[in-house]
Design a protein around this ligand. Structure first.
Ligand code: F0G
Length: 352
């Protein structure tokens, strides 16, 4: 839509905002829902990709951040804080810049992708690198700081974040005319799976959808507390965005899984990287590793015969590949050197 006004204005009556809430927006939302021919062929299902990397800062976090920042500014906040594996900090920094207030981000040292760190830097966030903990410890610290000092917490433990993120489900229902049969997505702190479930549930209540999908969440095998049923003290995965051992929205995610008749399962780093490669190579969609976990899980379940063909499946791919390019080039880059000479270039291309 050429007149798209961003998540808050488009869904104002379905969000926890008032007519007086100032709107801090980068016109996030309205992301592409792309048919996935290769995934459809491989699974016998009708698979769609909700490409959240197309948001202004390159991840789904912008949907929640526009609402969280608008509400915070409306309440007079002069500074916001968050813990992050990278994307939340990038989004918080950008929206705080937009609002003209300060942002501080708490990230695990050496564990966030360079592109995300660059975003926090260029948008002027104060960056605190926690030396002796991961995301989970960063979140404990962020909560304590927001309890004790005048700084607003914009992590997804702030419920308005999830309300913003639920709008992706609204968009999917608008595009498809109803909810899909299955919704696949990566799970880290477990906010997004909870937000989608809220969105689908509200859509049924509002009469926009006739049913809700089964929610299929996928965690990285080294960081899969919802699969094992207990916190993981030292989570490890190359998918740094979901390197989380004690998700804040644990109970909400379990409810989404169980109420939907869905699953939360683990995928290996290798499966994640293969799904990332497939998405780029065959669907033309470049996502960061964590974002491929939902697709990796879909393919794994299909391969095990746990996916009935003929179903409509939406996979949310949560963040842009350019945020964390090291995995794309991990095998090295070997361009063929050629002079400015068509014959030589054609020979190198096998055309002559
Ligand atoms: N995919 C990406 C690209 C993410 O950045 C995240 C979370 C997730 C999936 C998982 O979503 O936490 O709602 O279950 N990133 C957070 C951050 C933790 O700090 O940027 P979730």
């Amino acid at each position: 839509r050429s007149t798209w006004r961003g998540v808050v204005e488009e869904y104002r009556d379905r969000l926890p905002v008032t007519p007086d809430t100032p709107v801090v927006t980068l016109l996030e939302g309205a992301t592409p829902l792309v048919p996935a021919a290769e995934l459809s062929a491989r699974t016998g299902c009708e698979v769609w990709l909700k490409v959240e990397g197309a948001n202004p800062t390159g991840s789904f976090k912008d949907r929640g951040m526009t609402v969280a920042m608008s509400v915070a500014v409306g309440e007079g906040a002069k500074a916001v804080i968050c813990a992050s594996t990278g994307n939340t900090s990038a989004s918080a920094a950008a929206y705080a810049a937009r609002a003209g207030i300060r942002s501080a981000v708490l990230v695990p040292q050496g564990k966030i992708a360079t592109g995300k760190l660059a975003q926090a830097v260029i948008h002027g966030a104060t960056i605190l690198q926690v030396t002796d903990g991961g995301f989970d410890e960063c979140l404990v610290l962020a909560r304590e700081l927001s309890d004790r000092y005048p700084v607003a917490l914009v992590n997804s433990v702030n419920p308005v974040r999830l309300h913003g993120q639920k709008t992706a489900a609204f968009e999917i229902v608008e595009s498809l005319g109803d909810a899909p049969d299955i919704h696949c997505l990566p799970v880290g702190n477990a906010g997004n799976v909870s937000a989608y479930w809220m969105g689908y549930t509200e859509d049924v209540a509002a009469g926009n959808a006739t049913r809700r999908p089964r929610m299929w969440g996928f965690q990285a095998a080294g960081a899969a507390p919802l699969v094992s049923g207990r916190p993981v003290p030292h989570p490890e995965t190359i998918a740094s965005a979901i390197r989380i051992g004690n998700p804040a929205s644990w109970a909400l995610a379990v409810a989404a899984r169980d109420d939907s008749g869905g699953v939360v399962e683990a995928v290996t780093d290798d499966e994640i990287l293969r799904a990332q490669r497939l998405l780029a190579d065959r669907e033309g969609v470049f996502v960061e590793p964590a974002s491929a976990a939902g697709v990796a899980g879909l393919l794994a379940k299909s391969g095990r015969g746990e996916l009935d063909p003929g179903q409509r499946v939406v996979c949310t791919v949560t963040g842009h590949g350019l945020k964390d390019p090291q995995w794309a080039v991990r095998d090295g880059v070997e361009p063929v050197a050629v002079p400015v000479d068509a014959v030589a270039a054609a020979a190198a291309l096998g055309l002559a």
